[in-house]
Design a protein around this ligand. Structure first.
Ligand code: PLP
Length: 439
C-alpha cells in the first residue's frame, strides 16, 4: 500500500464522515505554490488551503516570526494580560483597512467566529434583532454561521437554526440576469430589498446586512458594483450596519487588501481570516470605532482569540504581502488565468461563464449554455483528473459546477502555466467530448 493510501485509510477509519474531503490528495510539506504528498509526488497548488496561502506556503519570515514569538510568550489570553503583538496587529489592520475616521479591531480564531462577533456587535450597536443575508452565501459552520450560510447540503440535520435571519437572492447576474442590462438588473435586485422591508421584516428591526462582495464558496460570483453601492445607501438610510465578509476575498486575492476597495464603498464592520496569517488560525472583526465600542464588556472575546504566535505570524505575513507587492501580482495572475479560461471556453461550450476579480477567477460549467443546468458531474471528474495529474484544485458553487482558482500569489509564471495546462488538458478530455449536439 502506498503512503498516500495508508494515510487516507487511517483518516477514513478515525475521522467522522461529515468532515469534508474535496480530493484524495495528501500533504507532507509545502513551499511557495508546491505541495509534496505522502508518496513524494509534487502538486501545483491552486487551492492555497482554501484561500489561506496568498503569501505562499512556509514563507521563511513567517516561520521566523512564529519561532521567535514561541520562545518568548505562547499564551496569556488577552482578557488576562495585554501583549504587544495583539495590539500591533490591530493597529496594522486598522491602518490598512480604515473604517471611517476611527477604527477598532477585535481578534478571533476563525472566519465563522469573526462573523458571529460582527453580528453580536451590530445587534448591540442598533438594539435590533434581525440580520439579512443571501442565497449561496457561506459564512462558516458555527450555528449562526450555518444559519447565515445558504447551501442546504452544508447544514442538513443541524437545526433548529438561529432566529431572526432573513435571506435575499444574491444578485447573480449570470444565473438570474434574465436578459436585463446591468443597470436594470441592479434596480430590480435593490427593489427586492425595499420590498423585503414591506413584506418580510421591518427596516427598523434590521441590525445588519451581511454579504460577501464576491461570493467564495457560492461560486466566485461578484455582486454588481451598483448593487453594493445601493446597499451602502440603503443601510445608511435605515441605520442598518453593513457587514462585508472578506474572509475569502481579503489580503490580496482580488488585487487589493479588501475586495470592497474595488467597489468604492466602506463597510461598517468587516470580517477577516484565511490569508491574514499564512496558515496559523486567526481572524478579525474590523469596524468603525463607535460601532465596535457598542459591544458591552464581556460580550466578545475568547480564550485563544489573537494568540501571540498567530499575531506574530499575521504581522510577518502582511509584511510579505506588502513587500512583495502581491496585490499587483494577483492582478497579473488573474489576467493569465482569465485569458486561458476564455480560451478553454472557446473550445468547450459547456463552460457557460468565466468570471472573477484579480486572482479569484472561476469558470462555471452548464449544460446547453443554460445557467439553470449545472454540469457538476463534469467538474467532479475534472477535479479528480487534475489531482491525479499533479494539480490540486477544488470546485465551488451550490451545485459544485464551478472550478475556482485560489493559488498562492507567489506562484511562478512557469508553475502557473503548468497548472493551467494540466487543467486545460483535463477540461478538453472531459468537457469537449461533452459538447451538445446542436449549439
Ligand atoms: N466567510 C467566508 C466568506 C468564507 O469563505 C468562510 C470559509 O470558507 C468563512 C466565512 C468561514 O471561515 P472559517 O472556515 O475560518 O470559519
Amino acid at each position: 500500500m502506498s503512503r498516500n493510501d495508508d494515510l487516507l485509510a487511517r483518516r477514513a477509519a478515525i475521522t467522522p464522515k461529515g468532515l469534508p474531503q474535496s480530493t484524495l490528495a495528501t500533504a507532507t510539506r509545502a513551499r511557495g505554490a508546491i505541495i509534496i504528498d505522502a508518496d513524494g509526488n509534487e502538486l501545483i497548488d491552486f487551492v492555497g488551503g482554501i484561500g489561506v496561502m496568498n503569501a505562499g506556503h512556509c514563507q521563511q519570515a513567517v516561520i521566523d516570526a512564529i519561532q521567535n514569538q514561541a520562545r518568548n510568550l505562547l499564551h496569556t489570553c488577552i482578557h488576562v494580560a495585554t501583549y504587544e503583538p495583539y495590539v500591533a496587529l490591530c493597529e496594522r489592520l486598522a491602518s490598512l483597512l480604515p473604517h471611517g475616521d476611527a477604527t477598532k479591531v477585535l481578534l478571533l480564531n476563525s472566519g465563522a467566529e469573526a462573523v458571529e462577533n460582527a453580528v453580536k456587535i451590530a445587534r448591540q450597536a442598533t438594539n435590533r434583532p434581525a440580520i439579512i443575508c443571501y442565497t449561496d452565501a457561506f459564512h462558516g459552520r458555527t450555528l449562526l454561521g450555518m444559519t447565515l450560510s445558504s447551501k442546504v447540503g452544508y447544514k442538513v440535520g443541524c437545526g433548529p437554526f438561529a432566529p431572526e435571519v432573513y435571506r435575499l437572492p444574491f444578485p447573480n447576474y449570470f444565473r438570474s440576469g434574465d436578459g436585463l442590462g446591468q443597470t436594470e438588473f441592479v434596480e430590480r435586485e435593490l427593489t427586492r430589498l425595499h420590498q423585503t422591508f414591506v413584506h418580510t421584516v421591518a427596516a427598523d428591526s434590521v441590525a445588519a446586512i451581511i454579504i460577501e462582495p464576491i461570493q467564495g464558496e457560492g461560486g466566485f460570483v461578484p455582486a454588481p458594483a451598483g448593487y453594493l453601492r445601493g446597499l451602502r445607501e440603503i443601510c445608511d438610510q435605515y441605520g442598518i450596519k453593513l457587514i462585508l465578509d472578506e474572509v475569502q476575498t481579503g489580503f490580496g486575492r482580488t488585487g487589493k487588501w479588501a475586495s470592497y476597495e474595488h467597489f468604492g464603498i466602506t463597510p461598517d464592520l468587516s470580517t477577516w481570516a484565511k490569508s491574514m496569517s499564512g496558515g496559523i488560525p486567526i481572524a478579525a472583526v474590523i469596524g468603525r470605532a463607535d460601532i465596535m465600542d457598542a459591544a458591552r464588556p464581556g460580550t466578545v472575546g475568547g480564550t485563544f482569540g489573537g494568540n501571540p504566535v498567530a499575531c506574530a505570524a499575521a504581522l510577518a505575513n502582511i509584511q510579505i504581502l506588502e513587500d512583495q507587492n502581491l496585490n499587483d501580482r494577483a492582478l497579473r495572475i488573474g489576467e493569465q488565468i482569465f485569458s486561458r479560461f476564455r480560451q478553454f471556453q472557446e473550445r468547450c461550450p459547456v463552460i457557460g461563464d468565466v468570471r472573477g476579480m484579480g486572482a479569484m477567477v472561476a469558470m462555471e460549467l452548464v449544460e446547453d449554455g443554460d445557467p439553470r443546468k449545472p454540469a457538476a458531474h463534469l467538474v467532479t471528474r475534472i477535479v479528480q483528473d487534475c489531482v491525479a495529474n499533479g494539480l490540486l484544485i477544488i470546485p465551488a458553487g451550490p451545485y459544485g459546477n464551478v472550478i475556482r482558482t485560489l493559488c498562492p500569489l507567489t506562484i511562478t509564471d512557469e508553475e502557473l502555466d503548468r497548472g493551467l495546462s494540466i487543467l486545460g488538458e483535463s477540461v478538453e478530455r472531459h468537457a469537449i467530448s461533452h459538447q451538445p449536439a446542436t449549439v
